[in-house]
Design a protein around this ligand. Structure first.
Ligand code: DP6
Length: 326
């Protein structure tokens, strides 16, 4: 027996951030989050269930990969196999067209594509909500990459295994851009899963972060629906900085920001002084992602490109949800 499917998922950027879990076992988020699905930042994943394979294989960007990434992939494959009633091992071949594990949310598009490809290869019928719930169990931000455009993942009530993300507005609702200022190409030291557990256990600002998140999520959602960039941008920056303050006050401190990050933030602030509506966000990594109107994207990219220590920029726009290509 050999069954194969290929899926494409896009990365997403949180406009209202997720950091912290309400149920570690089911991987439920302690706060709601809202993201934008990003074209053309893609992961393409092919899953082949093959009776001849002695074990599950993971090939990431052309390299055979063991350890944690493979164990996390096997967990997804096991769940899909249980649902489909098959016992066959799989080869997973996955490639990103943007830097892996550097705060550009490759785990989000990676797990979304893996869930959809393995589900389809196992012969199960498409079900976006179940894909989202399964992706969320692997990595909560991945739940959002199943859908296109502006997407919300609600806060998880402990025990709710079915929690999935949902669409706030379609990709064509609002013509905004995300300009990514790449600060370095390396992998980060502390991954999100480990980092948020550390924050919850040691950061005196963890509670404050969770308590302020609801109001920020409301503001981001209302701002998206009203296409109000200043409203979304201000709430997004506060969500970002509150999350980073919580991270930094952990023990030991989680400092994801680098000199290039601060330089890029200064550029964003300067552009605002010059009258451009542009706002910044960072994930668990050093890159700055600037939100602006489509008409300002070239100017924002040029200013960030000219910023000392910024390596390069890439520009993304609202993208579609999960695609099965074969
Ligand atoms: C800072 O989804 O990678 O990017 O659920 O433990 O896999 P796990 O965490 P993950 O965390 C992403 C955190 C963030 C903010 C966000 O994307 O909302």
């Amino acid at each position: 027996m050999s069954q194969q499917a290929t899926a494409i998922a896009r990365a997403n950027i949180a406009l209202a951030k997720y950091w912290g879990k309400s149920d570690v076992k089911l991987n439920l988020p302690a706060v709601a989050s809202i993201s934008l699905t990003l074209e053309p930042m893609r992961t393409q994943t092919t899953v082949t269930f093959d009776a001849k394979l002695p074990d599950d294989e993971l090939v990431l960007n052309g390299k055979h990969t063991d350890g944690k990434p493979r164990m996390r992939a096997i967990k997804v494959l096991d769940q899909v196999r249980a649902l489909a009633g098959i016992g066959v091992k799989a080869r997973v071949e996955s490639a990103n067209n943007f830097p892996t594990a550097s705060g550009l949310a490759s785990s989000a598009s990676g797990f979304a594509a893996l869930v959809a490809a393995s589900w389809s290869a196992a012969g199960l019928a498409r079900d976006d909500d179940r894909w989202s719930a399964l992706s969320r169990q692997a990595s909560a931000s991945a739940a959002r990459s199943i859908y296109g455009g502006f997407v919300e993942l609600p806060r998880g009530v402990p025990g709710d295994a079915a929690l999935s993300a949902r669409t706030v507005a379609a990709a064509d609702h609002w013509d905004v851009r995300i300009v990514v200022a790449v600060a370095n190409e390396g992998a980060k030291d502390v991954g999100s899963t480990e980092g948020m557990t550390l924050s919850e256990q040691t950061s005196p600002y963890y509670r404050a972060w969770v308590d302020c998140s609801d109001a920020l999520v409301e503001e981001v959602r209302a701002g998206i629906l009203a296409r109000d960039l200043v409203k979304v941008g201000e709430a997004m920056e506060q969500s970002t900085l509150a999350m980073h303050a919580c991270m930094m006050a952990s023990r030991p401190g989680l400092i994801y920001l680098q000199p290039a990050t601060l330089a890029a933030l200064a550029t964003v602030k300067q552009l605002r002084k010059e009258g451009v509506d542009v706002y910044a966000t960072m994930d668990a990594g050093p890159h700055v992602k600037a939100l602006c109107h489509a008409r300002d994207a070239e100017r924002v990219a040029a200013a960030l490109q000219a910023t000392p220590m910024v390596l390069r920029t890439l520009t993304a726009f609202p993208g579609p949800g999960l695609e099965i290509v074969s």
